[in-house]
Write a protein that binds this ligand. Structure first.
Ligand code: NI
Length: 260
């Protein structure tokens, strides 16, 4: 069994094919999928697809950093209302964080919105799913200033051994590894031993970042097998063992304790 710990199969990219894509994932051995929310427009489609596969799909609620703008207060209010209304439906706060790659205009607002959501995680005792793109020092600053540092995952991790150490100096975090690790010029393979098999989560980040040989195409959760194979080679651990260890990691972090 594999677990895709970060996938957005409810987005328009999969229009009318969502159920087929989930079924393909299950057939490929991906029996559990974690859906992180993006913004207020994605809550309904995410919940709808979840309701078709309630034993396989787990959801996280949060506001993505690229969706933070001058009107963030109202947006975040809607997200918080949803979290409170369906508290037991959500296994994590996410995805949340800092993204200064596309636009730095709302950096201060992104940090404030991230900080507020980190406190939701503390309040509800939930892990966080962190999106961090060109914002590691800002993410670490927010975490250091939090009332307490929740556990969580640095999703789509593509950093260095130094980044791993900087993150570990703040708290106990997992690292989400996706198709990036399969890219020919990626140095991420060399970082995996420093992370260790006990802190690696597998993910696809579908529809983005498809692994080789699907690079550049629309990604889907069944392709996670390719990423697992690369992780297996990089760590010199058999594929079945990688599947077992990374699934245990996901179940431990997100408390996915319904047994399939
Ligand atoms: Ni995402």
């Amino acid at each position: 069994m594999l677990i895709d710990t970060h996938t957005h199969l409810y987005l328009d990219d999969f229009s009318s094919e969502e159920s087929a894509v989930v079924e393909r994932a299950i057939s490929a051995g991906v029996q559990k999928l974690v859906f992180p929310n993006v913004d207020i427009s994605t809550i309904e489609p995410m919940r709808k697809l979840h309701d078709c596969f309630p034993d396989n799909i787990f959801m996280a609620m949060g506001l993505h950093p690229t969706e933070v703008d001058g009107a963030w207060g109202d947006t975040l209010g809607v997200v918080e209302k949803e979290l409170i209304k369906h508290r037991n439906d959500y296994i994590a706060i996410g995805e949340i964080g800092i993204d200064l790659y596309w636009d730095k205009t709302y950096k201060d607002q992104q940090m404030e919105v991230f900080s507020i959501q980190v406190e939701w995680a503390n309040k509800y005792n939930l892990p966080i799913i962190i999106h961090c793109r060109e914002g590691l020092s800002e993410v670490l600053e927010v975490l250091k200033n939090a009332s307490s540092v929740p556990t969580g995952v640095f999703h789509s991790f593509g950093g260095t051994i130094e980044d791993v150490e900087a993150i570990r100096s703040i708290g106990d975090f997992y690292f989400g590894i996706n198709g990036i690790v399969t890219f020919k010029n990626s140095k991420l393979k060399n970082v995996l031993p420093a992370i260790g098999a006990d802190r690696i989560l597998l993910e696809t980040d579908s529809p983005y970042l498809a692994p080789v040989p699907y690079r550049g195409k629309r990604n889907e959760s069944s392709y996670i097998v390719k990423t697992a194979q690369t992780v297996s080679e990089a760590l010199d651990i058999p594929f079945e063992k990688v599947a077992e260890l990374t699934s245990e990691n996901a179940e431990r972090l997100f408390k996915l304790n319904n047994n399939l």
